[in-house]
Every structure is written in structure tokens, then in C-alpha cells.
Design a protein around this ligand. Structure first.
Ligand SMILES: Cc1ncc(COP(=O)(O)O)c(C=O)c1O
Length: 443
């Protein structure tokens, strides 16, 4: 098929043309059947084409098409009830709905700043960010992201936010001991707060464990307990970006649940409606909402935030996740996939680490596994692996950014079975074997 001149906006490689999708598989116009081991971009959780969800969306569209975002409709009420009754931690009582993760993170950042302004500290505007992270594509969320690739060409406009180091046990400068590593990263946080002055800081924005920017990097034990203690001492809010990790992806409802994290604001998107509709949420405490109200401020909506049909899709997806026990399945299938990858590939000469939690899994690929030296960027190793994977009928998600590169992410739908896991491992093994003779260019 000839690439239409109008698509994509920036000319480049020819787009994959998906004719239809079903379950965890994509069917391309050229006849190929591809296992979507990435769930799109780690979105699809119940799989493609579930008619029950489509019916719920249709019913919502027939009931009402567009209603002002702050007003209530039966679809909005049903989603709020579903979230409150079955999903949100009890301390997160307030719900703001947006149409994507970037919008929702931007709203959470604004809320954190308004919270302090409402309490009489309008100078608390600094947002602490982390060195390896992704929070979105708006000017503010891109600026807050530790993701050099996605900032290119925008450097002149993006604000500079103070960055603390994202814990990265594999490459931690003080080694792999949990206690030492945790102390190292907590010292970094404390020093940063001291330099800026706690009275100027509104919040820290962070993912509980990294999404694709670092590839499922989990922090060392004790890290989050320590961070929460320090933030509390200084009156700094914690914004948990669970756009990728939320709603069961990591085998628990939220990534925060693995670490006893109690955020002031939790942001989730992708898995909320599993790709059936654009919807994301900011979930906050009474304290945040009350301070914003006390200041006489409001939280502006986006026109397409909380669309009734998107709410209906989300409610239906969340109910299916519960009814079919799919979060437990994300945990068991995730363990199975990770174990199979470790058995087959952990000693592979190009593999530095296989890591992940639930069905958010990543393989870090290097030129030299002893020194952890990456392949030169010019070799575009991640692209090569994705290409080889596609040739074997599997789509992997490219992760990493800048210095942290060649990270192959997996985040398939929770419905994958034994055969899908075998196919994933076989395809990645094939793709990595193709790199065995690849040499880094002489420097
Ligand atoms: C952790 C995280 N935050 C925010 C975003 C941005 O969400 P969206 O692309 O829906 O705007 C993403 C998207 O990949 C993400 O992974």
C-alpha cells in the first residue's frame, strides 16, 4: 500500500497499517497477524474488540452526546461510583476527569500550586521532577519530564524544573545494596530541597515505578517510605503519575500499592478505559480540594474532559477487569512472562537486565553486559529490535531516552495466554540474536 502523503505529519518511515484488531492481535492490511506485546503504547488491558464495551459507548452516545464537563450525567455518576467503590484508595475522594494523561498531569500540577496558594503560600510554585521520567507532551508536562528525546526542538521554550535522580538500581553509583542506594537517592532529594528552599516547592511529580522512559525500573526497598517522610516534613505534595501503571497494569490496582505510597494527587489514564475512549483522571484528597476552594480558585476543564461516552467505556472496562479477575491475571501472566524471559535471555550477551512488575516488563539491551556500555545511538538498536520483532509477528514498545536507551518494553493485554508468552519470548530471542555480531563504531 502506498503511503498517503498526508500521513503522518512529519514524513518518515511508512506507518504500520492495521486493518483491524481482536483480543491481543493486530491484523495488518498486508495480511500479517501481529501479537501486540505492547498493548499499543501500554494501553490495551482487556484486549481489542470487546463488544460489551462498544455497546456501553453506543448507549451513552444515544443517551446524550455532549454535556458540559462539570455537570453530572448517569454515565459520569456510574464511573464516579465505580471508582470510589472499587478502585481508589479511601483518602483520594475527589475526581477530575480529563481526556489524556498529559492534560491530567498538567491539571494535577496546577492543583498542587493552587493548593499552596489557597493556603496562603503562592510562592510555592516549584515542581520537583525526576531525571528519567515521562509526564506528557504539553509544554509544562514535557518540561517536567526527564525525557530528552521528547524535548528536542523545544529546548528554547521549556521551563527548567529541578530534577532529582530517578532510582536506577542497575546503574546506581553506590552499587546494588538497597539500603545504600536508597540513602543515596534520599540524600539527593534532601539536598535539592535545601538548595531550592522547601517554602518555594509545591510538589514532587513521579511515577511509582518507571514507565517506558526507563523501562519498568523499580526503586530500591525503602525509597518511597523515605521520600514520603521527607516530603511530609517539608509540606511538599506528592503527585503520583500512574498514567501507565494505574488500573492493574502492575498486578495491583495501582503501582503505588506495591510501595505503600499515599499520594496527595494520583493521575491515571491509559488503562482507565483500556483504549476504548480517551479518558484520564486526577484523584485528590479533600485537603487539596478544600484549599483550592478556600482560595476561590477553580480547576478549568477541557471541553472533551469527562465525555459521557468515555465515562461509559471506562466503567465498562473497569467492571470487566473486576469480573474477569484480570488484575490477578496481569500478575500471574506477568510473572510467567518475566520468568520465561529470564530463563531464555538473562545470560544473553546483549542483555543487561530483565525487569518489571506485573505486565509492565522491560529488557535493557547493551553492547557489553559486563561494563553496561550501551550501543552507540547511531546504530538505532531499539528500532532494529522492534523491526526484527515485527518480522517474527510481535510488536514491542520502544523505551528509554537519551543516555538510557535500548530498552524494550512489554505491556500486552492481560488476556494473553501461554502461546502468546512463548511467541513473545521467541521473537525477542530472535531479535537479540540478530545483534550478537553488531559492533559499536570505533570512537
Ligand atoms: C507515565 C506517563 N505519564 C503521562 C503520559 C502522557 O499521557 P498521554 O499520552 O495520554 O497524554 C504517559 C504516556 O505515555 C505516561 O506513560
Amino acid at each position: 500500500m502506498q503511503q498517503p502523503a498526508i500521513w503522518p505529519f512529519v514524513p518518515g518511515s511508512e506507518p504500520v497499517y492495521v486493518a483491524r484488531a481482536e483480543g491481543a492481535y493486530l491484523y495488518l492490511t498486508d495480511g500479517r497477524k501481529i501479537l501486540d506485546a505492547a498493548g499499543g503504547c501500554i494501553v490495551s488491558n482487556i484486549g481489542h474488540g470487546v463488544v460489551e464495551v462498544a455497546d456501553a459507548v453506543r448507549d451513552a452516545l444515544v443517551n446524550c452526546t455532549f454535556i458540559m464537563p462539570p455537570w453530572l450525567t448517569p454515565e459520569r455518576e456510574a464511573l464516579v461510583n465505580e471508582l470510589r467503590a472499587h478502585w481508589l484508595p479511601p483518602h483520594l475522594t475527589r475526581i477530575h476527569l480529563a481526556s489524556g494523561g498529559s492534560e491530567a498531569n498538567e491539571a494535577a500540577i496546577k492543583m498542587a500550586i493552587q493548593y499552596h496558594a489557597g493556603l496562603g503560600a503562592p510562592q510555592r510554585t516549584v515542581i520537583l521532577t525526576r531525571s528519567i521520567s515521562y509526564h506528557g507532551t504539553t509544554i509544562t508536562t514535557a518540561a517536567a519530564s526527564g525525557h530528552p528525546e521528547r524535548k528536542k526542538g523545544l529546548e528554547g521554550i521549556l521551563a527548567t524544573y529541578p530534577q532529582i535522580q530517578t532510582p536506577y538500581p542497575l546503574r546506581c553509583p553506590v552499587g546494588t545494596d538497597d539500603a545504600l542506594a536508597t540513602q543515596y537517592y534520599l540524600d539527593d532529594l534532601e539536598q535539592t530541597i535545601e538548595t531550592i528552599g522547601a517554602d518555594n516547592i509545591a510538589a514532587l511529580i513521579a511515577e511509582p515505578l518507571n514507565g517506558s522512559s526507563g523501562g519498568a525500573i523499580a526503586p530500591p526497598a525503602g525509597y518511597w517510605d523515605g521520600v514520603q517522610l521527607i516530603l511530609k516534613q517539608h509540606g511538599i505534595l506528592l503527585i503520583m503519575d500512574e498514567v501507565m501503571t494505574g488500573f492493574g497494569r502492575t498486578g495491583l490496582k495501582f503501582g503505588s500499592d506495591h510501595y505503600g505510597i499515599k499520594p496527595d494527587l494520583l493521575v491515571a489514564g491509559k488503562g482507565l478505559a483500556g483504549g476504548y475512549a480517551p479518558i484520564a483522571g486526577v484523584f485528590g484528597t479533600d485537603a487539596v480540594a478544600e484549599a483550592i476552594a478556600a482560595g476561590g480558585f477553580s480547576v478549568m476543564f477541557h471541553t472533551f474532559g469527562a465525555l459521557p461516552q468515555a465515562c461509559a467505556a471506562a466503567t465498562s472496562v473497569l467492571q470487566i477487569l473486576r469480573r474477569d479477575d484480570l488484575i490477578e491475571r496481569a500478575k500471574t501472566r506477568g510473572n510467567q512472562l518475566k520468568a520465561a524471559l529470564i530463563e531464555r535471555l538473562s545470560q544473553h550477551p546483549r542483555v543487561a537486565e530483565i525487569r518489571g512488575t506485573g505486565l509492565l516488563i522491560a529488557v535493557e539491551v547493551v553492547a557489553d553486559r559486563e561494563t553496561l556500555t550501551p550501543f552507540d545511538q547511531s546504530l538505532r538498536v531499539t528500532d532494529q529490535i522492534i523491526g526484527h520483532g515485527m518480522s517474527q509477528g510481535v510488536f514491542f514498545y520502544p523505551g528509554g531516552t537519551g543516555e538510557i536507551r535500548d530498552i524494550i518494553c512489554m505491556g500486552p493485554a492481560f488476556i494473553i495466554d501461554d502461546d502468546d508468552i512463548q511467541l513473545t519470548v521467541d521473537a525477542l530471542s530472535y531479535a537479540l540474536d540478530a545483534l550478537v555480531d553488531l559492533e559499536n563504531p570505533a570512537t
